[in-house]
Design a protein around this ligand. Structure first.
Ligand SMILES: [Zn+2]
Length: 250
């Protein structure tokens, strides 16, 4: 969203053409590691508060709005994608975490393992894990920013249109709408008399003894949900039973 403000007049046409192109691609296409990196310079720079240096701001389609804040501080020497990007666009690759036997030469690929901090002024010489913590503390002390956890978790569609799976315990009532099956009536079991016919739909849908039920709320005739849960719903916790093998009431 900040792209418009960040792009200088000189780079405006090129940036809008690039965004138009990126919009036509899927996230999977955009983030495949093997793919050739593409990007465009905005003409603007960010100031690195720690050393006062100017950092060029680029638009690149492998950075996703849905992942984190949509902006990243690239670290070309220590991230494979950033390395590829910097190589492609001739951006300087500054080593800040030295490999154990580093001779000071240019890297031929990103070094993503722990190492020793270099080119990092007062943090030089620290093991990189300690260095990260020390820099984070320093940034917080100075009031430049702070630590934040970002998630990339997404909604997961668990319903499946097939017989095998735990039935989703929901009842549809004309009067009450969507009614969850009360806990005392769980689990909803799969019917034994479902017929497997080549309808292209779940056999549960055609199994009257399963579909037809009464509303747990008002007692009127109602219909069961016929979608079942994705198998991962069950396989994610079934092993917990092994730790309660002597429990007889489950
Ligand atoms: Zn009802």
């Amino acid at each position: 969203p900040l792209v418009v403000q960040l792009t200088t007049a000189e780079h405006k046409d090129e940036v809008s053409r690039y965004i138009e192109r990126a919009r036509r691609q899927s996230e999977i296409e955009r983030t495949t590691a093997e793919r050739d990196k593409s990007g465009v310079f905005t003409g603007s720079y960010a100031i690195n508060k720690l050393n006062g240096e100017r950092v060029p701001i680029w638009i690149a389609d492998y950075v996703l709005m849905s992942y984190g804040t949509g902006a990243v501080m690239a670290v070309p020497a220590h991230d494979e994608r950033d390395f590829g990007f910097a190589k492609r666009f001739d951006i300087s690759i500054k080593v800040v975490i030295a490999p154990p036997d580093w001779s000071g030469k240019e890297l031929t690929e990103a070094y993503i393992e722990p190492g020793t901090m270099v080119n990092s002024s007062q943090f030089d010489g620290l093991p990189s894990e300690q260095g990260m913590a020390a820099i984070s503390d320093f940034i917080a002390e100075k009031g430049y920013g702070g630590r934040q956890i970002t998630y990339r978790i997404r909604d997961w569609l668990i319903s499946r249109q097939r017989y095998w799976g735990a039935p989703i315990p929901i009842v549809y009532c004309d009067r009450c709408g969507l009614v969850p099956v009360p806990e005392a009536e769980l689990p909803v079991l799969l019917p034994q008399d479902a017929e497997f016919r080549p309808t292209g739909e779940s056999p549960l849908k055609y199994c009257d003894s399963f579909v037809n039920t009464t509303c747990p709320n008002c007692g009127d005739p109602a219909r069961r949900e016929t979608d079942t849960m994705d198998t991962f719903m069950c396989s994610s916790w079934y092993f917990l039973r092994y730790s309660s093998a002597d429990y007889k009431d489950a």
